[in-house]
Design a protein around this ligand. Structure first.
Ligand code: GLN
Length: 262
């Protein structure tokens, strides 16, 4: 009987979480599914970017606006295409479903290219090299490199590559909606380590004296923009714009604005 109740509880919880994820999938509330806003998302003049604005320095809130490297790159791409950029903030694991459903044109969210994701979306050329790194408590002397997190309790952001890699090395993965929450749990001693993208780790650790980032990366990866599967035309348009941005030095300029050289 207890087991039965547990199952019901678990089912109710996942339904609630799913609802919550869908519920927060738009920055502005949409009352009617066929509202102007949604039609606008697929109209010619607007390029709608799905992102998760919990990912500094790539996308985060500043004075109520979503800003960051991805926002500026997407803005420059939209400009090349003669369109206006519109940013939709949602849970990271809602981005691919939003693209598939045609609710957004591009996913720009520090999204790592993976074979699994290629089954659901198409990726443009890559625009940034990144890595997954380990954050530990500042006074931790036991974990010094990637081998030491095996079997440990690792915090990740739900549905990210950090989540996938952590799940490879331990059964104890704590999944958070925001990387910030994982770092908070670490600082409070609730978990042993966090696996997350390098620049985000630096940004989060800079705000928290109780934690530090290990030098040795866990994995190397690359970010690209995702679009709905088989939208070859859009991929080509974005690749052309990206090539131009790389060539002109504008892309590096955007990155340098948010990431100081080491
Ligand atoms: N780069 C990671 C991934 O693609 C995390 C991205 C994110 O959280 N915005 O899974």
């Amino acid at each position: 009987m207890k087991q039965y109740l547990k199952t019901i509880f678990a089912l109710t919880m996942s339904a609630t979480m799913l609802f919550a994820a869908v519920g927060c999938s738009s920055q502005e509330p949409t009352s009617d599914p066929a509202s102007d806003e949604q039609q606008e998302a697929t109209s010619g003049e607007v390029l709608t970017m799905a992102t998760n604005a919990e990912f500094p320095p790539y996308e985060f809130y500043e004075a109520g606006d979503v800003v960051g490297i991805d926002v500026e790159i997407a803005g420059a791409i939209a400009e090349t295409m003669g369109k206006t950029l519109k940013v939709e903030d949602m849970a990271f694991d809602s981005i691919i479903p939003a693209l598939s459903a045609g609710k957004a044109d591009i996913g720009a969210a520090g999204m790592t290219v993976t074979e699994d994701r290629k089954a659901s979306v198409d990726f443009t050329d890559t625009y940034v090299k990144a890595s997954q790194v380990i954050i530990i408590k500042a006074d931790n002397t036991e974990i010094v490199g990637p081998d030491d997190v095996e079997g440990k309790t690792i915090g990740v952001q739900l549905g990210t590559t950090g989540d996938i890699y952590a799940s490879d090395v331990t059964d104890n993965v704590e999944r958070y909606n925001k990387g910030f929450e994982a770092v908070q749990a670490l600082a409070q001693g609730k978990i042993d380590a966090v696996i997350i993208d390098d620049q985000v780790a630096k940004a989060l650790a800079a705000d928290n004296a109780d934690v530090k980032v290990l030098d040795t990366p866990f994995t190397e990866e690359e970010y690209a923009i995702a679009v709905k599967k088989d939208n070859t035309e859009l991929v080509e348009q974005i690749n052309a714009a990206l090539a131009e941005l790389k060539e002109s030095g504008k892309l590096q300029e955007i990155v340098d604005k948010y990431i100081s050289a080491e």
